[in-house]
Design a protein around this ligand. Structure first.
Ligand code: HEM
Length: 234
């Protein structure tokens, strides 16, 4: 996700521009997600009431989408060279997604309990889901730290690439399972009945995450087909 492998180094001015664009993309996604959940609530309950838990859902979906887009770029670039020019975006989208993920955890588990708002989750699966959520957040946090050039120099290029590659996809899988543990029933109900008109936005967001994993695997397969026998990659 935050891996700058094979992409041209970003100049100081370019970095400021990518930070700005990534945070604008995150803000737009957050706003659109909130509208989606707000309209969906009307179709579900017939109510236009302001529900603060929709803010946390929107933070969660924005985080997952940004992180998934960041990783999707790697797979796309491996399959089609024309996407190579977007590789510098990965670090900026990934870190912005991590910031939204932190806000989601903070709002859901610190701010809401303080003001007496209860989340949708319940039971043992919710505890497992929370553990996976925290674990993925910790991994994304380590990746954000590792994305600084000084850290690359400290741990060495090969180790640095290996860490970013495997930790990113591991954390993405943990987030997908985190969301599935909480939303599986809702997704299944939607797919079986199409009753609520709009699905929870977490369903398309998780599908983007899965697409990022599948595209990367397809990219690796193509790379190994091109590589002469006996040559291995780091
Ligand atoms: C990068 C890290 C994380 C991502 C991308 C993420 C993503 C998601 C997604 C997509 C949902 C489903 C939203 C919906 O449609 O209702 C969700 C729900 C939830 N997550 Fe996370 N999550 C992360 C970390 C955490 C952490 C650390 C916690 C804290 C324990 C947490 C607690 C929750 C809770 C309580 C819900 C249920 C919200 C509700 O239904 O109202 N998440 N998360």
């Amino acid at each position: 996700m935050f891996d700058r492998e094979k992409s041209a180094p970003v100049k100081a001015g370019g970095a400021a521009r990518l930070w700005k664009k990534s945070f604008l993309t995150g803000s737009a996604l957050f706003f659109l997600s909130w509208i989606w959940f707000f309209v969906r609530q009307y179709f579900k309950d017939g109510s236009w009431a302001f529900d603060p838990t929709l803010i946390n859902k929107s933070l969660a979906v924005t985080s997952l989408l940004l992180i998934s887009f960041s990783m999707l770029l790697t797979g796309l670039a491996m399959l089609r060279r024309r996407y190579m020019k977007y590789l510098p975006w990965r670090r900026f989208l990934g870190i912005t997604g991590f910031v939204f993920g932190m806000a989601h955890a903070l709002v859901g588990h610190a701010v809401f309990p303080l003001i007496g708002i209860e989340m949708e989750e319940s039971g043992g699966l919710a505890i497992l889901s929370d553990v996976l959520g925290y674990l993925s957040l910790a991994i994304f946090g380590l990746m954000a730290v590792a994305s600084f050039a000084k850290v690359k120099g400290f741990i060495g290029g090969a180790m640095w690439r290996y860490f970013l590659r495997f930790s990113g996809y591991t954390a993405l899988i943990l987030v997908v399972v985190h969301s599935a543990l909480l939303k599986w029933d809702s997704w299944l109900k939607y797919v079986n009945t199409f009753g609520s008109v709009l699905p929870s936005l977490s369903l398309p967001a998780v599908l983007v995450g899965i697409a990022a994993l599948v595209f990367r695997l397809m990219g690796e397969k193509r790379k190994s087909r091109r590589r002469p026998a006996g040559v291995t990659s780091t």
